[in-house]
Design a protein around this ligand. Sequence first.
Ligand code: OAD
Length: 266
Amino acid sequence: DDLESLAAEIDRASTVVALTGAGISAPSGVPTFRGDDGVWEHFDEGQFTYGRFQRDPAGFWDDRGDLQRELFGEAYEPNAAHVALAELAAEGYLDAVVTQNTDGLHRDATARVRGATADGENDTTDESEGTDHEILELHGNARRVRCVDCGRRQDADPVFERAEDGDLPPRCDCGGTFKPDVVLFGEQLPGAVIQRARTLAGESDVFLAIGSSLVVQPAASLPRQAAADGTLAVINLEETPCDGDAAVVCRADVTEAVPRLRELVR
Ligand code: OAD
């Protein structure tokens, strides 16, 4: 079937890249943004833009606490799809994971596969530190905050607690305002990050788009770029705008399709 031929291509390929979205973390319990019961049905996207943060940082932080609780109010564990990707990487079949997710679960899965203590902490700032493949977090990491002035990063939890206690907006020791270390709507992705993602998409022989609605730019442009001279596969429960460019479209749950793909590759 389709996954068998895809596995054969992965076996032959020299560069394989995965792009993931909220759908890969949905089976871990992390809410998705769109679709049934998506986060943007309960929250107004307009409250969480970069413009709002700049205009009204106190109001932004006040509202952001509710969103943070909705998204990360409980501790999540990587699921079989995260683990299968980490295993494919450890086995040398997958070169990079480019993720739109800010939950850090790809790093946790990698730590688990490497036998390191996956303690749920995610304090690494180097894009590839502690991993044997590249994990590129396109939209940042919501478990951290960053000072807009001095650039210092730190664990998000205590800063959200301060905001909840009325310390609005929470500030760094240097006096600068903290911002969740994620890319907000209306905010540019760091140039080096999007450039690296484009390079990976261009170099890939096989590009796997997994669990993303593929509607948010610039991430959504990567599959088409990869399809121009490589094989694109889309694994997602729902139709995506990139399905027409894909050699393989697999409309299945990620926790079934990705482990199955890994079994077929070996
Ligand atoms: P979306 O919520 O837009 O899309 C998630 C996709 O995953 C949907 O198409 C679902 O059908 C699919 N899906 C859900 N559960 C699945 C499962 N178990 N197996 C397979 N597919 C499943 O999430 P993203 O595409 O990641 O931006 O959204 C992109 C960006 O929009 C996010 O990174 C975020 C958001 O606003 C920022 O935070 C900057």
